[in-house]
Design a protein around this ligand. Structure first.
Ligand SMILES: C[S@@+](CC[C@H](N)C(=O)[O-])C[C@H]1O[C@@H](n2cnc3c(N)ncnc32)[C@H](O)[C@@H]1O
Length: 344
């Protein structure tokens, strides 16, 4: 049986990846209720395996952003994060949640720009311990904190938050409706959410075998159970009770064809980590990581995890090129200010 998820343990990538595959197989044979229980554990083990790779490749912010020509990956992420803080009109004194906050890159950027009190909710102990160090280093420990919790069932009172934002975390939820209902419970009347997440676009053809394969590769290799289309994502937010303010594919709207969101995955950035994604870079990385594992300078499973992530990266790039997939579908919505508003 997979190891129990606990706050103290992260293990090496090989063990984490083994647990991940075991839970994945198990969950395929399970009923819905059991899957809802198991999926967050699967995600937690996934991030135990991949977090060090993400930090190496992405730094402290684990999401894609529409990129402007001449902008680095980090600059585009920072601008994107600040824009989300601005659309929610975050300011000092507001109570805000960052749902699925990673190691805290967006929380630091938004916390610094807005002065709001932010609670980063995350189910990865490995990421939280890295994140706490980063928040302290940024001098934001008074306003930004982490909460180790499964976002499907957050141990906080109703109407705790003025606003909630999230980057690329909802896609891991075992059931989006249950998650949006949980957000509805946590947000104060009149409070707003801004969810930026992975979706299939209306160019995705469910009967197209190539599209199906891309879908499988994206989902299986990213701990994503069942990606929704953009249309279904909006309907689900509405079904939970929110009123839609804006729903938009930020890549289609603001992206630039010369600097697509997936260019870092294609090795087109001028950085070592981006080069490592090219065919030559991948061969080099595989050889070096195997050697480092052999001499015990890298934890066991490093090379296996790197090749697992390459399958995920290739599927994301192909999904992006075919425009059947977007990593940045924004749903900005409001909880009605009163019961009357919600029934009108
Ligand atoms: C792709 S990362 C994005 C991280 C962060 N939003 C960022 O942009 O840097 C997805 C995050 O969602 C978190 N996550 C996924 N499922 C979760 C769950 N059930 N409860 C809490 N956090 C979860 C993961 O641990 C991870 O931190």
């Amino acid at each position: 049986m997979p190891t129990e998820v606990d706050e103290q343990r992260s293990g090496n990538p090989r063990e984490a990846l083994r647990d991940y595959h075991q839970i994945q197989q198990l969950s395929e044979s399970q009923e819905d209720a059991a899957r809802i229980e198991e999926q967050p554990k699967l995600v937690s083990r996934f991030y135990d395996a991949v977090t060090r790779f993400y930090v190496f490749g992405w730094g402290t912010t684990f999401h894609f952003s529409p990129r402007r020509p001449g902008e680095s990956l980090v600059e585009s992420q920072r601008r994107h994060d600040e824009e989300i803080g601005e659309i929610l009109q975050l300011k000092p004194g507001m109570e805000v949640a960052d749902l699925g906050c990673g190691v805290g890159g967006p929380m630091i950027t938004i916390g610094r720009a807005s002065g709001a009190n932010i609670t980063g909710i995350n189910f990865s102990p490995e990421q939280i311990s890295r994140g706490e160090r980063l928040v302290a280093k940024a001098g934001l420990s008074d306003t930004c904190r982490f909460l180790y919790a499964n976002f499907m069932d957050v141990p906080l009172e109703d109407e705790t938050f003025d606003a909630v934002y999230s980057f690329e975390a909802v896609c891991h939820a075992p059931n989006n409706l249950l998650l949006f209902q949980e957000l509805y419970r946590l947000v104060k009347p009149g409070g707003e959410i801004a969810i930026v997440d992975w979706c299939f676009t209306d160019k995705y053809e469910p009967d197209n075998p190539r599209h199906q394969q891309i879908r499988r590769d994206i989902e299986t290799n990213n701990a994503v159970p069942d990606l929704l289309t953009t249309e279904r994502q909006v309907e689900t937010v509405q079904e939970a009770g929110f009123e839609i303010i804006q729903a938009i594919d930020q890549q289609a709207e603001y992206g630039n064809p010369d600097t697509p969101w997936y260019m870092a995955l294609q090795g087109r950035d001028f950085s070592f980590t981006s080069w490592a994604r090219t065919p030559i870079g991948r061969g080099f990385t595989a050889t070096v990581t195997k050697f480092l594992e052999f001499v015990r300078l890298a934890p066991s499973g490093t090379s296996e995890t790197a090749s697992f992530l390459n399958v995920a990266a290739d599927a994301l790039v192909e999904g992006g090129e075919l425009e059947i997939f977007t990593p940045s579908f924004l749903v900005h919505a409001r909880k009605p200010a009163s019961q009357e508003d919600s029934s009108s």
